[in-house]
Design a protein around this ligand. Structure first.
Ligand SMILES: [Ca+2]
Length: 340
């Protein structure tokens, strides 16, 4: 521990005394020095003591303030969390209700009863509740491509990236090769790919999975997958192998990537635009719920993402519950573009 007796001589110029006691310093000054000097040195000491005290006080005040703001952030995040959770419950209720088929209207998944295609559906945006507001979406996993099957098919990965980036895309080969390397069992990287030896050299070293993706977010760890690629790819892929693809809810990209001829896809999209759906028997059983909540007056937004399977008329099973979900931010995409 460094004492003030060690610091002061250094502060006073460091030449008067060796590292040692203040007493020696005092004796020397009192016994040998003129009174004027004693006063001068005492004044300097007092001023330094005041400076040190001021620094301590400022630091104390700063740390108290940061503690207070940490506590406030935590409290507001907890409030936002429980509001978001209420949104998940609302989505559960919708999914538990009796419905025959699913389709998309105004970008929202509608869980409908046959013969009631144009029935009003529950609002999911800006719902005021418990001193805050929530919004949620329900998406159909049966309208997506299976990620783990796609990850093992280089040609289809190329097709999908081509469809997602009609304007062209740089670095697609690195992403396509690395995604395949990520899931294949071996440690031999493809021409533009990456395996564990590469990931071990990263700032936060990790290994390649060498097996199925465990979560969608894992895609973000794969070499060559930029935030923008992730932002466009993740909404159309699923970890859950469904039954048949639901032609009422599958995005156009998914239908094309499935290998459906372009003219057939055009017909499906046209019918969907006119009627709202293409096939009244398009049933789905796995859903993705994303719910965001915020407390009034707080800028904090908490997002929860949940995957559920409807297992019976009044039952469902949670497949995955992501308590804190962080969507890709626009700034992240811009940042990456600047780097590239
Ligand atoms: Ca591998």
């Amino acid at each position: 521990m460094v004492g003030i007796g060690d610091i002061l001589p250094a502060l006073l110029g460091g030449v008067i005394f060796q590292k040692g006691s203040l007493k020696r310093f005092h004796n020397l000054v009192v016994n040998n020095g003129p009174l004027r000097d004693q006063r001068g040195i005492a004044l300097v000491m007092v001023m330094w003591a005041l400076v040190l005290l001021a620094v301590f006080a400022a630091e104390l005040a700063l740390s108290a303030r940061s503690d207070r703001s940490t506590v406030r952030n935590f409290k507001e995040d907890r409030q936002a969390y429980f509001i978001a959770k209420a949104g998940v419950e609302m989505a559960f209720n919708e999914i538990l209700a009796d419905f025959d088929f699913t389709y998309v209207a105004d970008g929202q998944l509608v869980l409908a009863k046959n013969g009631e295609e144009n029935a009003e559906y529950a609002p999911r945006n800006g719902i005021l509740i418990g001193g805050g507001a929530l919004s949620y979406t329900i998406r159909d996993e049966n309208g997506k491509l299976n990620l783990n099957a796609l990850a093992r098919d280089g040609a289809r990965l190329q097709t999908v990236f081509g469809l997602l980036f009609p304007e062209g895309l740089e670095g697609v080969d690195a992403a396509v090769d690395s995604i395949q390397d990520w899931v294949d069992a071996d440690d031999l990287h493809r021409a533009n790919g990456a395996e564990s030896d590469f990931y071990q050299t990263r700032q936060n070293p990790h290994k390649a999975r060498n097996a199925d993706f465990d979560s969608l977010d894992e895609l973000r760890k794969v070499n060559g997958v930029t935030p923008e690629m992730f932002a466009r790819l993740s909404p159309i892929v699923s970890l859950y192998p469904g039954g048949a693809l639901n032609v009422n809810t599958a995005p156009e990209t998914v239908l094309l990537a499935q290998g459906l001829p372009a003219d057939q896809v055009a017909v499906i999209m046209k019918v969907r635009e006119e009627k709202g759906y293409s096939d009244a028997t398009g049933q789905s059983d796995i859903f993705e719920i994303t719910s965001s909540g915020s407390f009034e007056g707080s800028p904090l937004v908490h997002t929860i993402r949940v995957y559920v399977r409807k297992t019976g008329p009044r039952s469902l099973r949670v497949l995955d519950w992501i308590d804190s979900y962080y969507p890709v931010k626009k700034e992240e995409i811009q940042e990456e573009k600047k780097k590239g």
